[in-house]
Every structure is written in structure tokens, then in C-alpha cells.
Design a binder for this molecule. Structure first.
Ligand SMILES: Cc1cc2nc3c(=O)[nH]c(=O)nc-3n(C[C@H](O)[C@H](O)[C@H](O)COP(=O)(O)OP(=O)(O)OC[C@H]3O[C@@H](n4cnc5c(N)ncnc54)[C@H](O)[C@@H]3O)c2cc1C
Length: 477
């Protein structure tokens, strides 16, 4: 849906949108804080290096893998290799919603693993608690708080969707509450809200500060971290894997790969993940008057209930982060900084002002995009390669802030050949359906996106979506 089709659009929208975006810096707000950003770690150079465990990727998966490996065995020698700066990719540029779900939501868990969903929900809650505990133990200052998540209904159809979600969560013991329009607006005031659901289990975090804090915690445990060190390939040796980098190499007994949407390091990952660009805006801090006009005293994370949805939050310094809705795939799965600025930001700004017309005049300070590693079932793909000496965990499909910690656990258990509760899960043992090769892949994404948008408009699921449901493929917009 284009902004001019939004049901409640202020008549001055185009000018208001232009004004709001006029001074926006094309950069990620979270990492654009030079005073907080740590100095870069040195690149790995030379070829005589050795480690017990080499971790590829300095996002949440890689850092949690390094930390948990040291917690398992403090004598283990662990090195992390990151091609850019820590948190340069999804981990440092996301919305910071910390959801306990390991399955991209309860409904998706039930659809994919009906017999396992109880275990997956419990493991998700344990993982969330473990994350909170680690943040405390390592003294990570990342604004982690648990205000809950409000799913708001923006039209009558979404009222029904929210009601169904409420019933489903209650039936599975999640202590959600249902809000009518008045109750929803009493929490956060928008003329668009017709109702909502509060899930009190969801937290929020400053993602870049979490990345930086995890890196410091890992180093405190003795992990070596190298930035600006792209891994270019692997050579199998008798008892080790030689991990080649741009400027050298390191021989590791075991390797964990957590490279998110970047598939180059292990070709097979390209069958299972699609890089999809998701867009985000950050406003200037709201004035006292603007705050009074929206309420939002609980600082809940917000989302809405369409297939194409927004996510938004009030930061602790009273900015509003507003993202989502218009995700883009670039044929043939290309990742390029050029795609980080697009008309999707205009659309988002228009939607933001449609939801909060009382904030017209606000300035957006940052606009950016990040790549989501999307799988056909919205949950990660796990596996091993190089005779079991390498394990990977990628494909969190936009819900990885907490579940990457679990993904790292799985990858460690796999690479250490441990038979554990998590390695026995169907979600871990069975891979999602691979995507077809191009050009079918790009075409499939296009048709699916159009079908999901049509469902948002009409409430009807077309034949294409029904066929995808039948074979267990979806596309998260
Ligand atoms: C815009 C946006 C908003 C999001 N919002 C949320 C949210 O609110 N809540 C939520 O739960 N999830 C959210 N997500 C998803 C979440 O950010 C990710 O699931 C999570 O950060 C994935 O972490 P990761 O470590 O697996 O991957 P990444 O963060 O992508 O890290 C992978 C790292 O590997 C490095 N790398 C790649 N190739 C190589 C190589 N050859 N050699 C060395 N290093 C390499 C990359 O540079 C990168 O730093 C969002 C994602 C985006 C893009």
C-alpha cells in the first residue's frame, strides 16, 4: 500500500513528510554515537594463528557463541573475526525488540512444530531469562528493560486479528491482555488505534550498546576479537580447519559461522536465506508537549497487526524509532550500501505522521536500512559442514535480538557434537525448504509480497498464499 492510500492521511502529508525528513542523516542512529562507539579492534594479519574455536561474524550470534563457549570451558581459546565493525550489520541497526519467541511468534511455532511448541516456548523463556542474567552479570549498560509489546489494530480486520492472537496466547498460557480502543489509546494515543493486545513478556534494548557490551564481556573472558577481517574461505586439514581471511589465516579446531544475511562464506546458505532490506527512522527527542500528546508513559514497544507491519518504540531519551512495513528484495539477492536509502523512508514517514498526526512538525534525525536474513519458515537454519568441524546458525528473519543467543547455543552444541535437548529439536534437525534459483526466487518474492499486501487490503488469502501455506513456505514482509 502506498502512503496516499493510507485510510487516515493528513492532507498536508507530502509537505509534512518532506519537512520531517529534510535533515535526516543517512546513517544508523544506534552506531552514530562516536562517544559511545568503542575503538576498532585490530585486524587479523599473518598466518601463524591458532585457536580452539574460530567464530565468523561479530553480530549477536557470533558474540553469544564466543561468550557461551568460554562459559562452557574457560580454557578454550576463542577468536572472533568480523569483516567490518562490530554491529555493522543487523545486530547494530535493528529495532531492539527483545522477544522470547524462538519461532517467530507463537502462531508460526504452532504451524511448524505443533508437537514441539511447548518445549520451544519454554526454551525461549529460559533463553530470555539467560540473556537478562548475562546482561546483569557482565554489567552491560544497554538500556535493557521489559515494558511489554502492544500490538495495535489499525482497521477493523486487524481488530479480529488481534482478538485471535489474544485467544491463542491465552490458550498457551501467555499472560497477554486485550485492550479496547479507549484502553489502547490511554496507553499510546493515536486516532488510528481501534484496539490492541499487550504482551508483557517482550523487552527493549539499545542494540548497538548490547553488541559493544557483549564484545567487552567476551574479551573479559579472554576472547580475541578482530574487526576489518573478512573470512574468505576454509581449507580442511587433518585435525583443524584453516580459516582464510583477507590478510592472513587462523587454524581452528572448530568453527562457528554466524554471518546473518551474508551468504558468501558458505555457499549452501544461499539456498536457505534471502537478504531482505528493512527500513527504519529515528526522530529527534520529543518535547514535553509532544510527549503529553501521545502519552506512552509505559514506553511499550509497538507494532500493528497486518502482514506488512510497523514496529516502533520510545527510547529512554524520548526519541521514537519507527520501522518496518516496506521490505525490499534486490535481485539476485544483492547486498549493497546503495539500497540503504530509498523511497521506503518517505513511505514510513508518511505512515508515522498518519498514526501520530499530533506530531506533525517533528524532525527525523536518522534514516537507515538493514538486511534481514529471511528463511522460508521464518526461523533459523542450523547445520554443520567440513566433516562436522563447522556449524552455522543463520536466518532469524527479523526476530533475532534474543533468539541469536539460543542459535549460538545450538551451533556450539552441534560443533562440539553434543547430543542435547536443543540439538534433538525438529526445528534444529530439519532445515527449512530451500528457495528456488533465480529468476524464480525474485519472482516468487514479488508475487508473495503483492499477495500479502492484497490480503491486508481485502482480508482474503489468495491461491498463491494458500499454496505456499500448503508446502510450508512464507515470506515475511
Ligand atoms: C532493520 C532491522 C530491524 C530489526 N529489528 C529487530 C527487532 O526489533 N527485534 C529482533 O529480535 N530482531 C530484529 N531484527 C533482526 C536482528 O537484528 C537479527 O536477527 C540479529 O541481529 C542477527 O544477528 P546475527 O549475529 O545472526 O547477524 P548479523 O548481525 O548480521 O551479524 C553477522 C555479522 O557477520 C559479519 N560477516 C558477514 N560475512 C563475514 C565474513 N565473510 N567474514 C567475517 N565476518 C562476516 C557481518 O559483517 C556481521 O557483522 C532486525 C533486523 C533489521 C535489519
Amino acid at each position: 500500500m502506498r502512503w496516499w492510500m493510507m485510510p487516515v492521511m493528513p492532507s498536508s502529508a507530502p509537505a509534512a513528510v518532506r519537512a520531517a525528513l529534510a535533515d535526516a542523516v543517512p546513517d544508523v542512529y544506534w552506531t552514530d554515537r562516536p562517544a559511545l562507539r568503542p575503538t576498532p579492534r585490530p585486524a587479523l594479519t599473518g598466518s601463524g594463528h591458532r585457536a580452539d574455536l574460530v567464530v565468523v561474524g561479530g553480530g549477536f550470534t557470533g558474540l553469544w557463541a564466543a561468550i557461551q563457549a568460554k562459559e562452557d570451558d574457560p580454557t578454550r581459546d576463542v577468536v572472533v573475526l568480523e569483516r567490518g565493525r562490530l554491529g555493522v550489520a543487523a545486530s547494530g541497526r535493528n529495532g531492539g525488540f527483545v522477544s522470547p519467541s524462538l519461532t517467530h511468534g507463537l502462531a508460526q511455532g504452532l504451524a511448524c512444530w505443533p508437537d514441539e511448541v511447548g518445549t520451544l516456548e519454554r526454551l525461549g523463556a529460559e533463553n530470555f531469562a539467560g540473556l537478562v542474567e548475562s546482561v546483569k552479570t557482565y554489567g552491560i549498560d544497554a538500556d535493557l528493560h521489559v515494558p511489554g509489546e502492544l500490538t495495535m489494530a489499525l482497521d477493523e480486520r486487524q481488530v479480529g486479528t488481534v482478538r485471535e492472537a489474544y485467544d491463542l496466547h491465552r490458550a498457551h498460557g501467555v499472560p497477554v491482555s486485550l485492550l479496547d480502543a479507549g484502553e489502547a489509546r490511554a496507553r499510546v494515543d493515536s486516532p488510528r488505534y481501534l484496539g490492541g493486545m499487550l504482551d508483557p513478556t517482550v523487552g527493549l534494548v539499545d542494540p548497538a550498546r548490547l553488541v559493544w557490551g557483549l564484545a567487552a564481556a567476551a574479551e573479559g573472558l579472554g576472547v580475541r576479537i578482530h574487526e576489518d577481517t573478512a573470512v574468505t574461505g576454509f581449507d580442511e586439514e587433518t585435525s583443524r580447519v584453516r580459516v582464510r581471511t583477507e590478510w592472513g589465516s587462523v587454524r581452528g579446531r572448530r568453527v562457528v559461522v554466524g554471518t546473518g544475511a551474508f551468504r558468501g562464506v558458505l555457499k549452501r546458505l544461499a539456498w536457505y536465506t534471502l537478504p531482505v532490506y528493512d527500513h527504519v527512522l529515528m526522530t529527534e527527542p520529543l518535547t514535553a508537549e509532544q510527549l503529553a500528546s501521545v502519552g506512552w508513559e509505559g514506553r511499550e514497544g509497538l507494532t500493528d497487526a497486518g502482514n506488512q507491519f510497523h514496529y516502533y518504540r520510545r527510547t529512554l531519551d524520548d526519541r521514537v524509532l519507527f520501522g518496518g512495513y516496506d521490505a525490499n528484495y534486490h535481485f539476485p539477492g544483492r547486498i549493497d550500501a546503495r539500497y540503504e536509502q530509498s523511497a521506503s523512508h518517505d513511505l514510513l514517514a508518511a505512515h508515522f505522521l498518519a498514526i501520530f498526526p499530533q506530531l506533525e512538525g517533528i524532525r527525523i534525525t536518522h534514516r537507515w536500512a538493514g538486511v534481514i536474513d529471511t528463511t522460508s519458515r521464518f526461523t533459523p537454519v542450523f547445520g554443520t559442514a567440513l566433516a562436522g568441524r563447522l556449524a552455522y546458525a543463520v536466518g532469524y528473519t527479523g526476530l533475532g535480538v534474543a533468539s541469536t543467543r539460543f542459535g549460538a547455543r545450538v551451533a556450539l552444541d552441534l560443533v562440539d557434537r553434543r547430543d542435547t535437548e536443543v540439538t534433538r529439536l525438529g526445528m534444529v534437525r530439519r532445515k527449512p525448504l530451500p528457495f528456488p534459483p533465480e529468476p524464480l526466487r525474485g519472482l516468487g518474492v514479488k508475487v508473495t509480497r503483492a499477495s500479502l499486501a492484497a490480503e491486508d487490503r481485502t482480508g482474503r488469502r489468495n491461491l498463491w498464499l494458500k499454496a505456499m501455506d500448503a508446502v510450508g513456505i512464507g515470506f515475511d514482509s
